[in-house]
Design a protein around this ligand. Structure first.
Ligand code: FAD
Length: 468
């Protein structure tokens, strides 16, 4: 029998097959918590090559691990066993011509999100997905995790932005679902099923994505809020006042701001006062006739009268707008540079954010007094990145990581929310899902997995536990 590595190298050629030291950059996950050395990394250059690789892996009984930009935070894109092949999308990066009339574009699954943004700019079109990792995350990975980001409350998550897909199935067959229509109810919504499937049902090779016209004007403001409850109330008011023009509603805390300013000296915070919590709000319109600045200014006035807003500034230039956004986007980096951290990706109904943060703080302080809580995220859809740093003077969590994760997951579940808002389950949260989701929900997922991948070779150990 041919050595599988030799067979894969024959399919892909030397550029398309990496092993040994060459495979090392693909081995560990973003947070350096998961990842064993795989048999090798396959880098197909086309759907046909990808299908041949998957078929050969199936025949050899090798696990297949799809990998995009490897920025996911739950360890789903790296190998957990030596007889695994990572299928990297890094050579499938073609971007088609945008279809102006249909508002869509066909892309390879290896296209980096920021490259798509750049390619669309000259056409006056945009793909409304923005997140801190957009310089590395790839379309296939974004689909695999059903990514959200800062505009999800306005334009939807990845599943709302994908019109059609081409997928290599676990046996190497290719499903051509590259249709460019939103309305397609000819059966189960297969394209949506792949969104958030974390590479366990097949590998997305190409996608048709939905586009929007680039806004012709934007109005942005950075606000200091009196507390989290004030941020929630102001957010609700702004949704009513600005309606569909509201495209950004992000929050971060003073703990996170202090860490970002400490570790990233080029960051600029230019408001006079500081508070416990900050809001970054943004309005956008495709028309220049909508008075966005006025809408935002009068909302601010109302917020100040109500003593919800303590201080604030409207961006008076695109450079200032970019400075405001950097304060929000560097929240993860500031905390990473501080040292040990624990990340929790929670969602609750937006109206319950302040209650979650208050109850969560009590729970965390009981587990480890003085633990530093750094909640930030997307106020518009109730998504809280509830991250922790050790108490001042400590460099660890005294072995309590699991206790924090379980307690916060239980609190989110109890409040009608989720412990896996936008990062998925990966390898990190399967056991947690077993504990927090009804058995029928887990069983349905396991049945689905078995139906698509009866031999269980497609990203085993990720998202769902399948008992044979
Ligand atoms: C600084 C930072 C900020 C972030 N902010 C956000 C945010 O605001 N919102 C958010 O949602 N996420 C965020 N993330 C998480 C991460 O960027 C997203 O989960 C992103 O979607 C991962 O894309 P990727 O290409 O890196 O995927 P990878 O990490 O490579 O893979 C993710 C999962 O998808 C699977 N997969 C990869 N490619 C394919 C494919 N072609 N077909 C099928 N499955 C595939 C993998 O097997 C894995 O299970 C952030 C991460 C970082 C580091």
């Amino acid at each position: 029998m041919t050595d599988p590595a030799v067979a894969l190298r024959e399919i892909l050629g030397p550029k398309g097959w990496l092993s040994g030291d060459d495979a090392e950059p693909f081995q560990r996950d973003w947070l350096d918590r998961y990842g064993l050395q795989p048999l090798g990394v396959a880098r197909p250059a086309s759907t046909a090559e990808m299908a041949a690789v998957v078929k050969a892996c199936r025949q050899a009984g090798l696990a297949v691990v799809p990998q995009g930009g490897n920025t996911s935070l739950c360890g789903g894109a790296v190998a957990a066993q030596p007889n695994a092949v990572i299928v990297s999308l890094s050579r499938m990066t073609a971007i088609g011509e945008p279809d102006q009339e249909s508002g869509s574009i066909a892309v390879d699954a290896g296209v980096v999100l920021a490259a798509l943004h750049d390619a669309l700019e000259p056409h006056g079109l945009m793909f409304p997905m923005h997140l801190g990792a957009e310089g590395s995350a790839r379309i296939g990975g974004l689909i695999g995790t059903n990514a959200g980001g800062s505009q999800a409350f306005r334009y939807g998550m990845m599943q709302d932005l994908v019109l059609g897909l081409e997928v290599v199935m676990p046996d190497g067959a290719v499903w051509d679902g590259l249709r460019a229509v939103q309305k397609d109810n000819a059966g189960y919504q297969l394209r949506k099923l792949f969104c958030g499937s974390e590479g366990t049902l097949g590998i997305v090779a190409r996608a048709i994505l939905r586009l929007y016209p680039t806004p012709k004007q934007q109005a942005s403001a950075l606000l200091v809020m009196s507390d989290f409850a004030a941020a929630v109330s102001f957010g609700a008011f702004l949704r009513g006042e600005a309606g569909e023009f509201l495209t950004g509603l992000e929050f971060f805390s003073d703990v996170g701001l202090a860490l970002a300013l400490k570790h990233l000296p080029d960051l600029a915070y230019q408001l006079e006062s500081r508070g416990d919590v900050y809001l970054l709000v943004e309005l956008a319109s495709g028309s220049t006739r909508v008075p966005l600045d006025d809408i935002l200014a009068s909302a601010l006035e109302w917020g100040m009268e109500q003593r919800l807003v303590v201080d604030g500034a409207l961006a008076n230039s695109s450079a200032q707008r970019a400075r405001f956004w950097r304060l929000r986007e560097e929240q993860p980096e500031g905390q990473r540079l501080e040292g040990e951290q624990l990340k929790h990706d929670i969602s609750v109904p937006p109206g319950a954010i302040a209650r979650f943060i208050e109850a969560g703080a009590k729970i965390c302080d009981n587990i480890l007094p003085g633990v530093r809580i750094n909640p930030f995220g997307h106020l518009g859809d109730g998504n809280i990145h509830y991250n922790l740093s050790p108490p001042e003077g400590r460099s660890d969590f005294n072995g309590k990581a699991g206790e924090f994760a379980e307690a916060l997951a239980a609190l989110a579940t109890e409040m009608g929310g989720s412990f896996a808002a936008e990062h998925g389950l990966g390898r990190a949260k399967i056991a947690m899902a077993d504990r927090n989701r009804a058995p029928i929900e887990r069983d349905l997922m396991a049945q689905l997995k078995r139906a698509f991948d009866p031999q269980g070779t497609m990203n085993p150990g990720v998202l769902v536990r399948v008992r044979q």
